[in-house]
Design a binder for this molecule. Structure first.
Ligand SMILES: *[C@@H]1O[C@H](CO)[C@@H](O)[C@H](O)[C@H]1NC(C)=O
Ligand SMILES: *[C@@H]1O[C@H](CO)[C@@H](O)[C@H](O)[C@H]1NC(C)=O
Ligand SMILES: *[C@@H]1O[C@H](CO)[C@@H](O)[C@H](O)[C@H]1NC(C)=O
Ligand SMILES: *[C@@H]1O[C@H](CO)[C@@H](O)[C@H](O)[C@H]1NC(C)=O
Ligand SMILES: *[C@@H]1O[C@H](CO)[C@@H](O)[C@H](O)[C@H]1NC(C)=O
Ligand SMILES: *[C@@H]1O[C@H](CO)[C@@H](O)[C@H](O)[C@H]1NC(C)=O
Ligand SMILES: *[C@@H]1O[C@H](CO)[C@@H](O)[C@H](O)[C@H]1NC(C)=O
Ligand SMILES: *[C@@H]1O[C@H](CO)[C@@H](O)[C@H](O)[C@H]1NC(C)=O
Length: 909
């Protein structure tokens, strides 16, 4: 201890002496700039545009001290110019400002000893690479990458016979467009063959070179790195005559070319390869076992070829240096046992990164997985793996990311998980897990930030953690679905207050969530989903959620009033709870960005606030099944995006607002089961994209408007249970896409229009899928599904006969004409409605016999012919044995009616 203290001062003195000595030495030998070279540099500077002023030091007498300039210490000759953009975050303001622009002055050729020139990451705005650069024959290093040069690469670069490193990477970040370099003949490369070790021509268009590209590069015999990323190469030669020449190649990147070929065998002659990138190349066929020759391989990226097939060859597991292996997004199949077993035999394996995601791999995960002791990233997602997590997985002590999502893994999740002290991201989503996870599964996960665990709803997966347990992790993101956590909202969740994404769906939580938890997460959370639990209690009022995007608290038992949350969220789902009280009058101020507002099946009361009309992005307003009263506000003028309104099953009175006509993109309008009165406003004809209208169960009056014929997309029209009058106009027949028509329980009169056969959607299968729109209104599609292909005119004053044209509606499933005054006969060929499930003609004045063909409709499940004037015998083949469907027809006879038929009855009819 003493000794150290004594040593220190003398050490400082010593270093000071060395420092001053060096200082003297440097200033003594400080190179004096050569004036002709200074002139050359000044000319070069003058033709450049330098917005950020980073060449401001280029003025004094000593050009060797200028920024980016280096002179030879002995001779003072300029040997290096490094004007790379000091900011490397492309497209940042600093980067753009730091770009040198303008022209490159030929004075550079006067620097006879320049060996290093870096003009990369600037913006020469489509300038061609000047020929004179090929005259600076002293160059060893030339970097022109990402500087927005364009045109043909000059062949004179082949005269730079000392060049060791050439970077012409051509991805362009110019403000004034994208520029591209090309080379249509690579013969110039041969001039560099004795010196060049490193070449990057990424983004250079080489499509004009054809197959010759490979031969040209292979002649550069000292090459160690060859980067041809995204060069529009479309030909991959399957043989290479002089592969001997690329014997020194260590890095090869051919990614993002459209090679469309198998992996060629010449690759396996490149035995110095350490890194091989062949991603997004449309490679086909299997992965050859020739990879076993590449003993030095550290990185192999064959990802995103979409077409590589077959099993993963076990030889990959034998490569002793392999650290990074990405085979994701291919069509690889079979099991991975052989390949992993090879790794486990290969004790010194050093694999750090393994991505096999998005393939067709199957089978169980073998115990040998645990042999990958240095692995940090393991992604096996989106395959067809089954079984449980092997216990050996706990041996991968360095694991940072584990992704097993989107497989078919069932059974238990082993406790091996609990050992991962370094694990940050754990994704176990979308499998069919079962069993119980306990404290031991999570004991050491102190680095965990992201945790996803979901199974199918019918599985018994339980997270059984002690209610007061404080976990070692603080998560950013949690997603748990169909896994039992409740009934309490446990302490281990309560302490997670830095969450930015929360999904706890169907987790059996029943208790109230502490108000303070909402308050604590409010500042960071972007996604808050607590749906399908049985959570009780009230929500805290008056919170601000600056980052929130989606809130889904649906299908719980929340009570109390609408949360006065100030948020720019675009989606709010509070449906199927027990919220009560009025909506805030300033909802437009609280939630100005709302697009989808789902509040159905609650107990909200009071008026629907007119401030909703001020939310200009509102697309869906779903307020069904509440107790809203008063009139539906007539203030719509801004919500151009609006396409779904469902305020059915409330207690709304007054008229249908005329201003709805301003919602030009409205598709779904459901106002049924209220107390609305008056006529259908003519302004609705402006909403020509309407697909689904339900105005049933109100007190509406007037006639059917003729403009209905202009609603070409109309799929469903339900006006049942109102007081509409007048005839059914022929205009309705023009609505070709109609699949559901319900006009029952009104005061319509006159005959059924003859043109009814023009309802071509019902006449033949022609699905427009517009019904899908109801899916977005949530749960409504299910409700209306049973009505597809139905016509219901029951309970009106219709007269006349059943038009023959109705037989053309061959898709019809439900036909209800009951309780009218329809006369005439049942059409003889009724069996042409071969898909009919329900036929109700009861309580009319229909006469004649029941056609025999009725018995031929095998789909028929419900029939009612009661209270008409039918006569004759009931067809023997009709399967319905319930008397009540035939009664009230005095002249009808035969089973199941008690009245027997006279023998010759049918011949009399
Ligand atoms: C060329 O410059 C860019 C930065 O602008 C750099 O990323 C790249 O590594 C350099 N190329 C070589 C071969 O040094
Ligand atoms: C390369 O240099 C030689 C002589 O130095 C010259 O003759 C030839 O034209 C140059 N090549 C190109 C392509 O400019
Ligand atoms: C690449 O060059 C070829 C001709 O050499 C040309 O036909 C093609 O359009 C170029 N590709 C792009 C994206 O400019
Ligand atoms: C919320 O804010 C409103 C108005 O700013 C205020 O009247 C109300 O008392 C607050 N409610 C709570 C629970 O803080
Ligand atoms: C919503 O966005 C506006 C403007 O982008 C911002 O001023 C406001 O503070 C945001 N509201 C919340 C609650 O974060
Ligand atoms: C809904 O809340 C009211 C009080 O606002 C309560 O009387 C009622 O029982 C609750 N209903 C259910 C189903 O929880
Ligand atoms: C419906 O609203 C009317 C007033 O518009 C009111 O008298 C009636 O009680 C309400 N009915 C229900 C069930 O809330
Ligand atoms: C019914 O369709 C026929 C043939 O397409 C057409 O001529 C007729 O005008 C249509 N009737 C009505 C009322 O739209």
């Amino acid at each position: 201890m003493d000794l150290k203290l004594k040593l220190r001062p003398s050490f400082f003195v010593f270093s000071f002496l060395v420092f001053t000595f060096l200082l003297n030495f440097v200033s003594a030998s400080n190179p004096k700039c050569i004036s002709t070279e200074r002139e050359a540099l000044l000319s070069f500077k003058q033709s450049l545009t330098d917005l950020s002023g980073r060449l401001s030091s280029w003025s004094g007498p000593d050009c060797c001290s200028w920024t980016g300039v280096l002179c030879d210490a002995r001779t003072s000759q300029v040997v290096k110019i490094d004007l790379r953009n000091p900011n490397q975050i492309v497209n940042s303001d600093e980067y753009k400002k730091g770009c040198l622009r303008g022209k490159i002055h030929p004075s550079l050729t006067r620097l006879k000893f320049l060996s290093y020139l870096d003009l990369s990451s600037n913006d020469f705005n489509g300038l061609e690479i000047p020929e004179f650069i090929g005259h600076i024959v002293s160059l060893k290093y030339l970097n022109l990458s990402s500087s927005s040069f364009s045109g043909e690469i000059p062949a004179v670069l082949g005269n730079l016979t000392k060049l060791e490193s050439l970077d012409l990477y051509a991805e362009s970040f110019s403000d004034s467009g994208t520029f591209a370099l090309r080379s249509s003949n690579l013969a110039w490369l041969s001039g560099l063959s004795s010196s060049l070790t490193h070449i990057n021509m990424g983004y250079v268009n080489l499509s004009g070179v054809g197959e010759a590209w490979l031969e040209s590069f292979s002649r550069v015999s000292k090459l160690k790195e060859l980067h041809l990323f995204n060069c529009q190469i479309k030909n991959l030669p399957l043989s290479l005559s002089s592969s001997a020449n690329l014997k020194l190649l260590e890095v090869l990147d051919l990614s993002e070319n459209s090679l469309n070929s198998p992996i060629p065998n010449w690759l396996f002659g490149l035995t110095s390869l350490r890194k091989l990138f062949l991603r997004w190349d449309f490679l086909q066929g299997s992965i050859p076992s020739g990879f076993k020759n590449l003993k030095l391989l550290e990185t192999l990226d064959l990802s995103n070829n979409l077409g590589l097939q077959g099993e993963i060859p076990s030889v990959l597991g034998d490569l002793p240096q392999l650290k990074y292996l990405d085979l994701s997004a291919n069509e690889l199949n079979g099991q991975i046992n052989g390949f992993l077993d090879a790794f486990s035999r290969n004790k010194g394996n050093s694999l750090v990164f393994l991505d096999l995601s998005s393939n067709k791999l199957a089978g169980t995960l073998p115990e040998s997985l645990g042999a990958l002791r240095k692995l940090q990233i393991l992604d096996l997602s989106s395959n067809s793996f089954t079984g449980s997590v092997p216990s050996s997985i706990g041996n991968m002590a360095s694991l940072k990311k584990l992704d097993l999502s989107y497989n078919a893994m069932n059974g238990a999740i082993g406790e091996g998980l609990g050992k991962f002290e370094e694990l940050v991201d754990l994704n176990l989503m979308a499998n069919t897990w079962e069993g119980v996870l306990q404290k031991s599964h999570f004991l050491n996960l102190r680095s965990l930030k992201t945790f996803r665990l979901t199974t199918e709803p019918n599985r018994a997966l339980v997270l059984n953690l002690p209610s007061s347990w404080i976990p070692p992790f603080r998560l950013d993101s949690i997603q748990i679905e169909n896994c039992k956590i409740g009934p309490e909202f446990p302490m281990w969740l309560q302490v997670q207050t830095k969450l930015n994404s929360v999904t706890l769906r169907n987790t059996g939580i029943e208790d109230a969530i502490p108000e303070s938890w909402f308050a604590r997460i409010s500042s960071d959370v972007t996604y808050l989903v607590l749906a399908n639990n049985r959570i009780k209690g009230k929500l805290p009022q008056n919170l601000s959620f600056p980052k929130l995007n989606t809130i889904d608290l649906s299908s719980n038992s929340f009570q109390g009033s609408f949360p006065l949350w100030s948020t720019n969220a675009t989606e709010l789902r509070l449906y199927e709870n027990n919220f009560s009280g009025p909506l805030p009058r300033n909802i437009d101020v609280l939630m100005p960005r709302m697009e989808k507002l789902y509040l159905f099946s609650n107990s909200f009361t009071g008026a629907i606030p007119s401030s909703l009309c001020e939310i200009s992005g509102l697309q869906i307003l779903s307020l069904r099944k509440n107790r809203f009263s008063g009139s539906f506000p007539n203030c719509w003028h801004r919500s151009f995006m609006s396409w779904g309104i469902d305020v059915s099953e409330n207690n709304l009175s007054g008229q249908i607002p005329e201003s709805l006509g301003a919602l030009r993109s409205l598709s779904v309008l459901l106002l049924n089961q209220n107390a609305l009165e008056g006529k259908i406003p003519d302004t609705l004809q402006n909403c020509s994209g309407l697909t689904n209208i339900d105005l049933g169960g109100n007190k509406l009056t007037g006639k059917l408007p003729p403009w209905l014929r202009n609603l070409f997309s109309l799929y469903m029209l339900r006006l049942q249970g109102n007081s509409f009058t007048g005839p059914i106009p022929d205009d309705l027949c023009s609505v070709e896409n109609l699949h559901i028509l319900d006009l029952s329980g009104n005061k319509f009169s006159g005959p059924i229009p003859k043109c009814i056969s023009n309802l071509t959607a019902i006449a033949r299968s022609k699905s427009f899928e517009v019904f899908q729109n109801l899916v977005f209104i949530v749960t409504r599609a299910r409700e209306y599904q049973d009505l597809v292909y139905s016509i219901n005119l029951s309970g009106n004053n219709m007269n006349g006969e059943i038009p023959g044209g109705i037989l053309g509606l061959t898709n019809l499933r439900i036909l209800n004409l009951s309780r009218n005054s329809i006369a005439g006969r049942i059409p003889e060929k009724i069996s042409e409605l071969g898909r009919l499930e329900t036929l109700d003609l009861s309580r009319n004045k229909i006469s004649g016999a029941i056609p025999q063909s009725l018995a031929a409709i095998s789909s028929l499940q419900r029939l009612n012919l009661s209270y008409n004037k039918l006569e004759g015998s009931i067809p023997k083949l009709l399967k319905f044995q319930d008397q009540s469907i035939y009664i009230g027809n005095a002249l009808l006879c035969g089973k199941p009616l008690p009245k027997k038929c006279p023998k010759d009855i049918n011949s009399r009819l």
